[in-house]
Design a protein around this ligand. Structure first.
Ligand SMILES: *Cc1c(COP(=O)(O)O)cnc(C)c1O
Length: 230
């Protein structure tokens, strides 16, 4: 089942790229494996996927211990400062940096471990109260401040669009955040690039790709529904 799901997702990605006149290499698929057992991750790994996304520190660290070293781990969930020390140096990319306070803690741990930590700034593009992320208006200021932290590298922006039944409803948000990333790139801030735009989930990744996503985070579409009651 996982293999078929993956084939379908990859086909959809290829289709969306074609529609948008983009090269399929420009889009990285992150398999969002939260709540799923390591056996399933291994199966997906065996098809060639190397990018995985998790939203809980403990779960991510547990999975890291038993799965191959060449996996690139993406922290996509809200990160508490007291947990930063467990993942700095082990993640490929932290998608969910939404405050200077958090960025400073990442800097502190990165200095300690003598590593450079790649991060994205999370933007709450639809101003949803239930979601984390800096506002669009504050994003540039936050990027400016984070840029001064020499053990962090800002690689782009991340957003979680609203939950909608029609993905077209999110197109405007994806467009807005793409524009924001272009505006920030135009400022040529030292230590900042806007190569990565992490947006699009199972319900809307095709629209996200059409609007410029370079990373899509797909969970349900690959692994099936999640059961949080277990
Ligand atoms: C769970 C999660 C996803 C994947 O969601 P699906 O709808 O299952 O594809 C993507 N991004 C973040 C930040 C998530 O927490």
């Amino acid at each position: 089942m996982l293999k078929e799901n993956l084939e379908a997702v990859k086909n959809n990605i290829a289709q969306a790229c074609k529609k948008a006149g983009r090269n399929v290499d420009e889009v990285t698929l992150i398999a969002v494996s939260k709540t799923k057992p390591v056996e399933m991750l291994r199966e997906v790994y065996d098809t060639g996927i190397r990018q995985f996304g998790e939203n809980k520190v403990q779960e991510m660290c547990d999975k890291m211990e038993v799965l191959p070293d060449d996996i690139k781990w993406n922290m996509i969930g809200h990160l508490q400062t007291n947990k930063v020390k467990y993942i700095v140096g082990k993640t490929s990319l932290i998608h969910s940096v939404d405050s200077l306070h958090l960025a400073k803690e990442i800097q502190k741990q990165a200095v300690k471990k003598d590593v450079i930590c790649d991060i994205l700034v999370e933007v709450n593009i639809a101003h949803e109260e239930t979601k984390f992320g800096t506002s669009k208006d504050e994003a540039i200021e936050l990027v400016n401040e984070i840029a001064k932290l020499d053990h962090l590298r800002v690689k782009g922006l991340m957003t979680i669009a609203p939950f909608v039944t029609d993905p077209e409803d999110n197109r405007e948000y994806f467009r807005e955040i793409k524009q924001l990333s272009v505006d920030i790139a135009d400022k040529n801030i030292d230590n900042v690039c806007m190569d990565i735009l992490s947006m699009g989930m199972t319900g809307d990744y095709m629209v996200a790709i059409e609007e410029g996503a370079t990373m899509v985070r797909v969970g349900t579409g690959i692994f099936g529904e999640r059961n949080y009651n277990k």
